[in-house]
Design a binder for this molecule. Structure first.
Ligand code: NAD
Ligand code: LMR
Length: 329
C-alpha cells in the first residue's frame, strides 16, 4: 500500500516540559497511528535560551531515527509554524507555580492566543484542528477561536483529558478495580477546581459507579476535590506542573479526536448545552467523527450535577469577563 502523506503537526512551547514528554510520542506514532508519517513544526519564543534548547530537542528527535518523522521545522515565527498545519497543538505558555490558580495566568498567557489564533486562521490548513493545552486552557481557546474568520470556532478545542484520566484512576482505586473497568466518565466545564467530573453517569464494570462505590459523601466531598485540585497537588509535590501525565493526556485527547466513533471529554464551544452560557469553551463528552466531533448534549443531569455545572459555568463567565479586552479584536 502507498505510504500516507505526512500530517503537519505544529507544536508551540516546543522546548518546554510538556513538549519534551510529548514530541517523542507523536514522532513514534502514538498519536496518529503507526502508519501515519508526520512533520513536526515547532515554535518557540525568539529568545536565545529556548531557541538553543529547541535545537537540542530536535537533535534528540533525530537521534531516535523515528521512521515516521519526515521532517522538522524549528522556528520563532508563528506563520512558519502554523503554515499548512493539519493539527495545531498550543502548549506554549507560562505554567503556574506553587500557590497559584490557573486563572492567575490569564492576563499573561491570554494575549499569546490572540496572535496565534490570528496566524492559524491565516495560514493553517482549512481543515486544521486546534488543541489548546496552555492554561487556563478553556479561556485561552476561546481567545484563539475568537480570531477565526476563515476557520470555524468549532475547529478549536481545549484539553480536559488529563482530568478525565485522573477521575478514572480515582474511581478505579476506590473500587479496587483496574482502570479499564471505569467507563462513561466525562468532565464538564472548566479545567480548574470547579470542573465537574460526572460520577453520576459513570460506570464501573458496567454498573452505576455510585452504586458500586456506595459512598455518596466520598464521591461529593473527596473524589470531586481530589480530581479538581490534582494539578495543584502535583505543583506542590514537584515544584513544577505536571508534564508526563499532561503529555500523555495530549496523546489520548488528540488520538481520540482523530479516531471517528470515540467518545471522550473535550472542552468545546458550548452553543448553550447543559446550561453553559453561549460562546464559552466547556468540557463535555463528544463523539469524534471523520472530520471533527459532535458534542453529546442530551445527557439528563440531576439537581446535584446541574448545581455543579452552574458553578463551573459561572467561573468561565468570570474568566471571559477578565479577558474581554482580548476579544472582538
Ligand atoms: P514550560 O515553561 O516548561 O514550557 C512552556 C514553553 O512555552 C517555554 O519553553 C516557553 O518559552 C514557551 N512559550 C511561551 N510563550 C510562547 C509563545 N508565545 N509561543 C511559543 N512558545 C512559547 O511549561 P510546561 O510545563 O511545558 O507547560 C506549558 C503550559 O501547559 C502551561 O500553561 C501549563 O499550565 C499547561 N498545562 C496544561 C495542562 C492541561 O491539562 N490543560 C496540563 C499541564 C500543563
Ligand atoms: C494540571 O492540571 O496538572 C495542569 O493544568 C497544570 C496545572 O497548573 O495544574
Amino acid at each position: 500500500m502507498a505510504e500516507k502523506s505526512p500530517l503537519r503537526v505544529a507544536v508551540t512551547g516546543a522546548a518546554g516540559n510538556v513538549s519534551y514528554a510529548l514530541l517523542f510520542r507523536i514522532a513514534a506514532g502514538e498519536m496518529f497511528g503507526p502508519d501515519q508519517p508526520v512533520i513536526l513544526q515547532l515554535l518557540e519564543i525568539p529568545v536565545e535560551g529556548p531557541q538553543k534548547a529547541l535545537k537540542g530537542v530536535a537533535m534528540e528527535l533525530d537521534d531516535c531515527a523515528f521512521p515516521l518523522l519526515k521532517g522538522m521545522v524549528l522556528t520563532d515565527n508563528p506563520d512558519a509554524a502554523f503554515g499548512d498545519a493539519d493539527w495545531c497543538l498550543l502548549v506554549g505558555s507560562k505554567p503556574r507555580g506553587p500557590g497559584m490558580e490557573r486563572a492567575d495566568l490569564l492576563k499573561d498567557n491570554g494575549k499569546i492566543f490572540i496572535g496565534q489564533g490570528r496566524s492559524i486562521d491565516a495560514v493553517a490548513a482549512k481543515t486544521t484542528r486546534v488543541c489548546v493545552v496552555g492554561n487556563p486552557c478553556n479561556t485561552n481557546c476561546m481567545i484563539a477561536a475568537d480570531q477565526a474568520k476563515r476557520l470555524s470556532p468549532d475547529q478549536f478545542t481545549a484539553m480536559v483529558r488529563l482530568d478525565q484520566n485522573r477521575a478514572q484512576t480515582q474511581l478505579a482505586q476506590k473500587a479496587g478495580v483496574v482502570v479499564t473497568s471505569v467507563s462513561d466518565l466525562y468532565i464538564y466545564g472548566n479545567h480548574s477546581p470547579t470542573m465537574f467530573a460526572d460520577f453520576t453517569h459513570a460506570k464501573i464494570g458496567g454498573k452505576p459507579a455510585a452504586e458500586v462505590i456506595g459512598d455518596d459523601a466520598w464521591l461529593k466531598t473527596e473524589f470531586l476535590p481530589t480530581v479538581g485540585k490534582r494539578g495543584g497537588a502535583i505543583v506542590e509535590a514537584r515544584g513544577v506542573s505536571s508534564a508526563g501525565s499532561a503529555a500523555n493526556a495530549v496523546v489520548d485527547y488528540v488520538r481520540d479526536l482523530a479516531t471517528p466513533g470515540t467518545v471522550h471529554a473535550v472542552a468545546v464551544a458550548t452553543h448553550g448545552a447543559y446550561g453553559f452560557a453561549d460562546g464559552l469553551w466547556a468540557g463535555m463528552p463528544v463523539r469524534s467523527t471523520a472530520t471533527g466531533y459532535e458534542a453529546i448534549t442530551n445527557i439528563d443531569m440531576n439537581d446535584f450535577a446541574k448545581s455543579r455545572i452552574a458553578i463551573t459555568n459561572e467561573e468561565l463567565v468570570g474568566e471571559r469577563d477578565t479577558v474581554k479586552e482580548m476579544l472582538g479584536a
